[in-house]
Ligand binder design. Structure first.
Ligand code: ACO
Length: 329
C-alpha cells in the first residue's frame, strides 16, 4: 500500500474573553507581577466564563479549523480531543463534540497526555491518514485549567490559563507531517498531578477538604525534566526526519515558561527569531498551548508555504512529544 502523506489543512482557536492579569493575582495570593514575569514570562491569562467548558472552546476552535480547511463536519472521519480537563470523566468530550458538530461519520475519543496531548494527537492522526484508513481528522487541544487550579496556591495558580486550538489533518501531495518522536516517564508522574477524582481517590468530603481535586506540582522537578525532554526529543525527531535543526524555520514549543523555552532553544542552537512565544498573553494552557501558538504564528505571517515547523511538547505523565510539519499553505 502506498503511503498517503498527511498535512495540516486548517487551524482554529478559541480563547475566553476574560483576562486575568498578574496584578489581579496580587490580590488573590502573596505574589507580585515582577516575580511572575521574571520567573515565568507570563503577564496575563484567559479564564473561562461559568458557561464555557472544554467542549464549548473545542467546538469554536474546531469549527474555525474546518472553515479554514474547507472541510465540512460530514467529511470528518475522526475527532480527537486532547485534554486533562474533559467536561466529564465520561462520555468523552470528543463524543460530545461529534454531536455538537453533527459529524455523523466520525469516530471520537479523548486523549490524555498532559501538555503533550496535541502533538500525540497529530501523530496519531497522521498514522491513520498515512495508511489510508481515514481521510479527514480533527485534532483539538482544549482546556479549562482554571477549574482545577488551586487559587490559594501561589506556586501553581500564576501559571495556568484556558483556551483551545484545533487542526484539521488530511492528505496532501507533498510535505506535511514529516516525522515524530514521543515518549513517557511514568515514574515522574508524581511531580505533576491531580490526585483525586478518579477511581483511586473518588470524590469525598475529605478529598475536597484536603484540596486533592487541584493541580499539584513540584515546579523544580518539572522544570529540569522539561528542558532535558525538549532538547532530547527535538534532536531525535530531527534525526528521524533527516532534517538538520538549523533547517527548521520555526520552533513552536509548549508555552509553559519563558526560561524553559529559552534554555531549550539555546541548547538546540535555535536563534531567538525562530522561536515562537505567546505565553505572556495566555500562560500555560496545557494541551491547547501548541495549537494556539501554531495558529497565532500562522496568522502573524511567521509561517510560509514550505516552512518546516518543529512542535515540541512536554507535560503531565510525564510525557513528551515532537513533530516536524512542513507547511503546505
Ligand atoms: N510569587 C512569589 N513567590 C513565589 C511564587 C509566586 N507566585 N511561587 C513560588 N514562589 C516562591 C517560592 O515559595 C520560593 O520561595 P522560598 O525560596 O522562600 O521557598 C521561591 O519563590 C522560589 O521558588 P522556586 O520553585 O524555586 O521558583 P522557580 O524559579 O523554580 O520557579 C516555577 C517556579 C515557575 C513553577 C518553575 O519551577 C517552573 O516553571 N516549573 C515548570 C512548571 C511547568 O512547566 N509546569 C507545567 C508542565 S506542563 C503540564 O502538563 C501542565
Amino acid at each position: 500500500m502506498e503511503k498517503v502523506q498527511a498535512g495540516i489543512l486548517g487551524l482554529g482557536v478559541s480563547l475566553p474573553q476574560k483576562i486575568l492579569t498578574n496584578k489581579d493575582l496580587e490580590k488573590k495570593v502573596d505574589t507580585t507581577d515582577e516575580w511572575i514575569r521574571a520567573r515565568t514570562g507570563i503577564k496575563e491569562r484567559r479564564i473561562a466564563s461559568p458557561e464555557e467548558t472544554t467542549l464549548s472552546l473545542a467546538e469554536k476552535a474546531g469549527r474555525e479549523a474546518m472553515t479554514n480547511a474547507g472541510i465540512s463536519a460530514e467529511e470528518l472521519d475522526l475527532i480527537v480531543v486532547a485534554t486533562v480537563t474533559p467536561d466529564m470523566v465520561f462520555p468523552a468530550t470528543a463524543c460530545l463534540l461529534q454531536d455538537a458538530l453533527n459529524a455523523p461519520d466520525a469516530a471520537a475519543f479523548d486523549l490524555e497526555a498532559g501538555c503533550s496531548g496535541f502533538v500525540y494527537g497529530l501523530t496519531l492522526a497522521a498514522q491513520f491518514i498515512n495508511n489510508g484508513s481515514y481521510k479527514n481528522i480533527l485534532v483539538i487541544g482544549a482546556e479549562v485549567l482554571s477549574r482545577i487550579t488551586d487559587w490559594e496556591d501561589r506556586n501553581t495558580c500564576v501559571l495556568f490559563g484556558d483556551g483551545a486550538g484545533a487542526a484539521v489533518m488530511g492528505p496532501v501531495d507533498h510535505g506535511g507531517f514529516l516525522g515524530f518522536e514521543m515518549g513517557s516517564d511514568g515514574g515522574g508522574g508524581e511531580f505533576l498531578k491531580m490526585p483525586a477524582g478518579g477511581g483511586a481517590i473518588p470524590p469525598t468530603i475529605e478529598s475536597v477538604e484536603q484540596r486533592l481535586h487541584y493541580i499539584k506540582m513540584d515546579g523544580n522537578q518539572v522544570f529540569k525534566f522539561a528542558v532535558k525532554a525538549m532538547v532530547r526529543s527535538a534532536k531525535k525527531v530531527a534525526a528521524k526526519a533527516n532534517i538538520a535543526i538549523e533547517d527548521i524555520d520555526l520552533f513552536i514549543p509548549h508555552q509553559a515558561n519563558i526560561r524553559i523555552i529559552e534554555s531549550s532553544a539555546k541548547r538546540l542552537r535555535i536563534p531567538e527569531e525562530k522561536v515562537f512565544m505567546n505565553l505572556e498573553k495566555y500562560g500555560n494552557t496545557s494541551a491547547a498551548s501548541i495549537p494556539i501558538a501554531f495558529y497565532e504564528a500562522w496568522k502573524e505571517g511567521r509561517i510560509d508555504k514550505g516552512d518546516r515547523v518543529l512542535l515540541v511538547g512536554f507535560g503531565a505523565g510525564l510525557t513528551w512529544g515532537s513533530c516536524i510539519v512542513e507547511w503546505t499553505g
